[in-house]
Design a protein around this ligand. Structure first.
Ligand SMILES: [Zn+2]
Length: 221
């Protein structure tokens, strides 16, 4: 069984695999058209004219993408369970959580802004990290989950809407203003948000988008 798994693993490691007939890849810089050839793990295919990278087979791409997306999901749980900021002003102690901030915005006549905070900092990051884990984890074993293609499509569609870092920047700016009026400390949620940002970036950078589609197609056949 282990031998069979190893053979399968080796077969999956080379990428991209030809999908019936010759495939072409155009250079993003000089438009030179190349015939797609399989590259070994850790290697990249380069343009014959200008040397730019056409596509690459990143080392342990699936494992890396799955591991970082799982770490991002765990950090998300911490981020939503603990406060971002803890404020102390004249015997009044207040904890600011992400959901609390969105709720306060909607209570103060800005429901659209509250909804935007939830969509961009809760839903979009969850779709991206959860989708990445759902798609890449079974692919490590050469399998694909039901509707994996649809999930992958949603995952990449949600990518530009991830704005946890914008929220983090907003918290930092408001902190400069509040710091004059109250004692403010960063909560665990703030540091967890930083971890989410780093893990999400690493998960997305871990695997080439074309590679993921290719591997999905191979796993489904
Ligand atoms: Zn080129």
């Amino acid at each position: 069984m282990i031998r069979g798994f190893n053979r399968r693993w080796r077969a999956l490691a080379a990428w991209p695999r030809p999908r019936g007939g010759t495939r072409y890849s155009a250079c993003h810089f000089c438009d030179t058209l190349h015939e797609v050839e399989t590259v070994a793990e850790g290697d990249a295919a380069r343009c014959t004219r200008c040397g730019a990278v056409l596509y690459q087979n990143r080392r342990a791409s699936l494992t890396r993408a799955a591991a970082f997306s799982l770490a991002a999901l765990l950090a998300m749980v911490v981020m939503h369970s603990f406060p971002f900021l803890v404020m102390d002003a004249a015997s009044l102690r207040r904890n600011l959580t992400l959901f609390g901030a969105a709720w306060s915005l909607s209570q103060e006549g800005m429901p659209e802004l509250g909804l935007a905070v939830i969509v961009f900092t809760v839903i979009a990051p969850f779709v991206l990290a959860g989708g990445m884990l759902y798609v890449t984890m079974p692919l490590i074993f050469g399998r694909s989950m039901p509707h994996a293609r649809m999930v992958a499509k949603w995952m990449y569609m949600s990518e530009p809407w991830n704005m946890a870092e914008v929220f983090l920047l907003g918290v930092l700016v408001s902190l400069l203003k509040i710091a004059k009026l109250a004692d403010v400390e960063f909560g665990i949620g703030f540091w967890a948000c930083g971890v989410v940002m780093v893990c999400m970036a690493a998960a997305v950078a871990g695997i080439d988008r074309e590679e993921l589609w290719d591997r999905l197609e191979v796993a489904e056949t």
